[in-house]
Design a protein around this ligand. Sequence first.
Ligand code: FE2
Length: 338
Amino acid sequence: MMKRMHDDPFHPRHYRDVRRPVREASTLPAWCYISEAFLRREHECIFSRAWLFAGRLEEIPRGGSRTVETARGKIILVRDPAFGAFGDADRLHRIRAAVWAGFVFVCFSRRTAGLTAWLGDMTQRLASHRFAEFRVVRRRHYTVRANWKLIAENAMEAYHTGTVHDDSLGAQASRDLVTRGHWDAIQVFGEASVAVLPGQPAPFPAVPSLSREARAGTFFTTLHPNTQFACAQDSMWWLHYRPLTPGLTHLEVGQCFPQTTTRRDDFAEGSKAYFHRWDTGIDEDNAICEVQQAGISSPFHRPGRLSLREQAVHRLNNWIVDQTIDDGHARRRIDAPQ
Ligand SMILES: [Fe+2]
């Protein structure tokens, strides 16, 4: 029998199968992707407490401000000249804000530990890319008819690339990283950039400072809750997804290159191959997420098992349960004492 939501969708018994080791585990119950009540719980336990991505520092004019959408609403980022964030509705309401490597983050809670603790060892693992020296050159906005977590799960496994991206990116091999902090990652192997379609030489060079590990492949990272940084050797792109309703998500894709690359004479021409690959891959991912959402919304849907190539999806599902369900893991909560 299908597990029904009954009276309490947050009862731990509904999540026991998610908590099992990956070989025995199930995906999250359907209502996590379709119910208003579950999204309200996510707002209360996740988006109100987490450090949320809010764009690039270079986009805020010195002595000026920039309005940014977050999962918790509009905020204003200012550099006057000190950097800070304020509520859009109440400009006297100061919001915690911090920057890592040019990436801006904000937090609506006073109880959550600082951004450094949040990012954990991500700052070291991605240090050799020197993202402070990158510049965002292009953004794309999408409205996806899927729950925000489906977008998150999609990029945390390379299992789907051989089918969903069969005609474009093709099958990719990956490994899981062991991480510390509120982030997770897989690495897709290959010294050739996956930021252009296979078979095409990458027009732009790799970042010279890359570590041996970073040279070996692209990091697909999840910065919990709603951002991914895809870090190739020559470029990076982010996915920032904000739930609008349980079944509707705003997806923003930001595309960045090292500033040395953006200053090249052939940047306008060479960047076309990257933009084409990003637009192609993202259209295919969005389409499959919408198919998944339709499937999950069916009364015939059952939670599925996970393949060993989807271990990061299992970890992601468990992170959601950590934050939203009282099943004895309060120390993993966002605002648990350090
Ligand atoms: Fe994909």
